[in-house]
Design a protein around this ligand. Structure first.
Ligand SMILES: [Zn+2]
Length: 371
């Protein structure tokens, strides 16, 4: 995609003053700020585009090169080369643009992180969780071990002397247009504004230790393969910020006899020809153990039976799916001499001749009835 002209991006003319450029950018930054446009990638792109344009046009040297050579003249300069700026760079600009101290009505966008600093968040942890059909059906409490980065007991922090606790370092440069202030993330404290003062021997330079924790999770009924559950604040901690999240990715263990179909469970039942003809009481497996079902005399192969409420809980409600039992009549493949003789004697009996007539619904009608 062709890069838009930086003046066009900010909506200013080439003769715009530094102040006009700043005002134009400020307006766009407020309009497209990610905190005001959550989960809106288009706004984020516009936000980044405006930040990149401002980064160049607010810098007299880059502006001059841009005016002369266009995008080619500033590519690779100033820490962004074609790939645009990252969010940290952009937020570090704000100390300059919005006057620091969180003033000007802009501080509220940063959730209390004054001075235009964004709240830092620790990294997320991700674990896979294998669940049986029974666990999925009704929900289950699971305990898992995770290794988290935690702020060690006894760690104390002090204000970063390199940035006086602001998280940003400002540089004043003299240019032909006057003094310009540029701000960037403090390299000593990484932008948090504080550094470790005292720490126990086992903590790293950031004051963190790795600790194995057992966390118990309530998995709701009805989860499915690939679903991701999130426990906020159970990820890695970070000095001067909030902890990341623990993400639990669901994996279904395939059941050997029961097949999941949405919230229903399907079971293929094979009955002997004799049981189908005479009727029988037969045990079938369900998610909650074995139950006895009645096979009526004269049951045809392909009949479907329904065990109401023996399926899987709906993840969004209180309802439960059913267990559907598909009856298959098993035709014997080996017969003894006596069995053969007995069956030969029945071959010509009228009762043994197929007579589906109208009383037997077709397979498709049965499907319609059940689904
Ligand atoms: Zn610092």
């Amino acid at each position: 995609m062709a890069k838009r002209d930086y003046y066009e991006v900010l909506g200013v003319t080439k003769s715009a003053s530094a102040d006009e450029i700043k005002k134009a950018y400020r307006k766009l930054a407020i309009q497209y700020h990610p905190d005001k446009n959550p989960d809106n990638p288009e706004a984020e792109d516009k936000f980044k585009e405006a930040a990149e344009a401002y980064e160049v046009l607010s810098n007299p040297e880059k502006k001059q090169r841009y005016d002369q050579f266009g995008h080619q003249g500033v590519g690779g300069a100033g820490g962004f080369g074609g790939g645009g700026m990252n969010m940290d760079d952009i937020f570090s600009q704000f100390g300059d643009i919005f006057g620091g101290g969180g003033g000007g009505g802009f501080g509220s966008f940063f959730g209390g992180g004054g001075g235009g600093r964004r709240t830092k968040k620790g990294t997320n942890l991700r674990v896979k969780m294998k669940l049986t059909l029974a666990e999925i059906a009704n929900g289950v409490e699971k305990k898992i071990k995770v290794k988290r980065h935690l702020i060690a007991d006894g760690v104390t922090f002090k204000s970063c002397s390199a940035c006086q606790g602001s998280g940003q370092v400002k540089k004043v440069v003299n240019t032909m247009l006057g003094q310009m202030v540029s701000a960037s993330t403090c390299g000593v404290c990484g932008g948090s504004g504080q550094i470790v003062d005292k720490k126990p021997a086992d903590a790293d330079a950031r004051g963190l230790i790795v600790k194995e924790e057992v966390i118990s999770i309530n998995i709701p009924g009805g989860v499915a393969e690939g679903m991701q559950l999130s426990m906020s604040g159970k990820g890695n901690e970070i000095p001067g910020g909030i902890a990341g999240d623990l993400l639990i990715v669901i994996e279904e263990i395939e059941d050997k006899v029961l097949q999941r179909d949405g919230n229903n469970v399907i079971f293929d039942l094979y009955v002997s020809f004799v049981d189908a003809a005479l009727g029988a009481s037969i045990e079938v497996p369900t998610i909650e153990g074995k139950v006895k079902i009645k096979i009526e005399q004269g049951t045809q192969s392909g009949k479907m039976l329904r065990l109401k409420g023996k399926g899987i809980k709906d993840i969004n409600g209180y309802s439960k799916g059913d267990q559907l039992i598909m009856v298959n009549v098993w035709t014997p493949t080996h017969l003894s001499k006596e069995e053969k003789e007995a069956l030969e004697g029945l071959r010509d009996s009228d009762n043994f001749k197929p007579d589906p007539g109208n009383s037997e619904k077709s397979f498709f009608d049965k499907m319609k009835e059940f689904f």
